[in-house]
Design a binder for this molecule. Structure first.
Ligand code: SF4
Length: 217
């Protein structure tokens, strides 16, 4: 097994100089409120954080809970989230979730994986992020960065994010599950980038087998 402690120490040191992931910035602004975390996570799907974060913050100036989100005129919502792409689909999904949460959960985001996955369009990645960041329940949110880098480091050898989640659960201590996503999102945006990662200056170079890396800087 790789030296997880050394890898974690290297990751923590490296990401210190960069802005945190979007969810950390939302938490810094609004605290660990499940409404803000779930909505910002949904807006970030298939969109870069640099675009989705300002949109989330703008939306939160108008709505602060699911009741208000459900009642917002669709055209107004679409206009605010337009730049995230797929804005019609996202507006429809956000209001379907808001309606579901108001009607069946008393306006509160449910705190179990099963109930979160039952919300319209909520997948594993979103459910795990909400569990970890809003409720402090250990969960491995496997996005594209976590999937790619965990494989490059040789910690897992998987083809899908779902397989990565299962495999990482056997390698990573439970108390590090939530942190793993926060670290790898930032590390993946700035160092271990999808195309041509910055291996020559990477602090993990000595212990990284660079699985699947064909071109690097
Ligand atoms: Fe990624 Fe390269 Fe660093 Fe390995 S050495 S973690 S592939 S940047």
């Amino acid at each position: 097994m790789k030296n997880i402690t050394t890898i974690l120490a290297g990751l923590r040191k490296t990401v210190r100089g960069f802005d945190g992931p979007a969810v950390s910035l939302v938490i810094a602004e609004y605290g660990r409120d499940p409404f803000f975390i779930l909505v910002s996570c949904l807006l970030s799907l298939r969109t870069k954080d640099t675009i989705s974060l300002p949109v989330s913050l703008k939306l939160f100036q108008s709505v602060k809970n699911f009741k208000e989100l459900a009642a917002m005129p669709r055209a107004a919502l679409e206009s605010i989230i337009y730049s995230t792409g797929f804005y019609r689909q996202k507006a429809k999904q956000l209001q379907a979730i808001a309606h579901e949460i108001v009607t069946h959960h008393g306006g509160k985001v449910p705190n179990t994986r099963e109930a979160l996955l039952a919300l319209p369009g909520v997948g594993l990645k979103t459910a795990n992020l909400v569990l970890a960041e809003a409720f402090g329940i250990p969960a491995l949110c496997v996005d594209t960065h976590v999937h790619r880098i965990s494989n490059r480091l040789g910690l897992v050898a998987t083809r899908t994010p779902e397989e990565t989640e299962q495999a990482l659960q056997k390698v990573l201590p439970r108390k590090q599950w939530s942190e793993w996503n926060r670290l790898l999102v930032v590390f993946g945006q700035h160092v271990c980038t999808p195309q041509s990662p910055h291996c020559s200056t990477c602090p993990l170079l000595k212990l990284c087998p660079r699985v699947g890396v064909k071109r690097s800087r």
